[in-house]
Design a protein around this ligand. Sequence first.
Ligand code: ACO
Length: 322
Amino acid sequence: MTYARITGTGGCLPEKILTNHDLEKMVETTDEWIQERTGIKKRHVAGPEETTCDLAERAARRAMEMAGRGSADIDLIIVATTTPDRVFPSTACLLQKRLEIHGCAAFDVQAVCTGFVYALGVADRFIRTGGAKCALVVGAETLSRIVDWTDRTTCVLFGDGAGAVVLEASEEQGILSTHLHADGRFDNLLHVPKGVSTAYSEVLAGEAYIEMKGNEVFKVAVNTLGRIVDETLEYNDIDQAEIDWLIPHQANIRIIQATARKLKMPMDRVVVTVGEHGNTSAASIPLALDVAVRDGRVRPGDLLMMEAFGGGFTWGSALLRF
Ligand code: ACO
């Protein structure tokens, strides 16, 4: 049986940092409020000329270096992003050009905060069915471009970044299952209400911002993540005690803690990076994975559960042997 195995990870955060204390000077908020409600201490923000593809490229190169793979080895590129460089071509095509890879399929996936899990699920299916042997799967965002920096209810939450993995066909166990869901009836609870076909001039003018009913999102997120964790365990017929590491989407420490409680996982087996970079949407899971791989917490053979929830609503999970 062929599995898709992660053989390399990489991450990239922009240099510029915005701390909670910086935000205190921009909107009516406090470091204490932000840390207590979200666990976030700071976020990274792309420079004026820095794009989603710039961050994606740096993360991808690091993942390829760890995997020992060069451009000639990559035969599929999927970029999960909600903040692409251009309307088209896709950021995946722009990344392909940067990496001097030519000819393989390259496309973007848009599932907001669940984007990386969606991209992983798609790449897994390509690899298991023989459609690819060595895929680059990237989550990359410059959410700072669609944040209203005068709205304290959203601007404290989000940040920019990118994370990437190399996923290779292997006889050894890798991804065991992915579970992808969406329910568009919740579109208005978390969205950017303007887009290219409805308000192009406002998009061009930089007036298309994230709007969110935070409280309601919070409740649905906690319930839904609990359910997807159960679905994943049941599908694989495993007990939660067998999971070595939970690598959740990094939106809010309270959502992460609630999911960990549901899994009966102590927080020292949960990878938490939200404090360091806030919610980076599609980038957050691969960024967290990269940190835990590079600091030696996640080791070959470990069983990992990834889970995410985001705009759409979309939600999903992946169970994998690292
Ligand atoms: N600083 C100070 N006060 C604030 C701030 C702020 N930055 N933002 C809101 N407040 C105020 C509100 O105005 C409100 O004041 P009021 O009582 O006078 O009306 C009060 O704080 C409480 O507001 P709530 O919205 O009830 O606060 P809550 O505890 O729900 O925390 C938060 C808000 C952090 C947004 C929370 O609801 C949340 O995390 N929701 C999940 C949203 C999320 O993570 N979305 C990301 C995308 S989806 C995903 O990735 C899971």
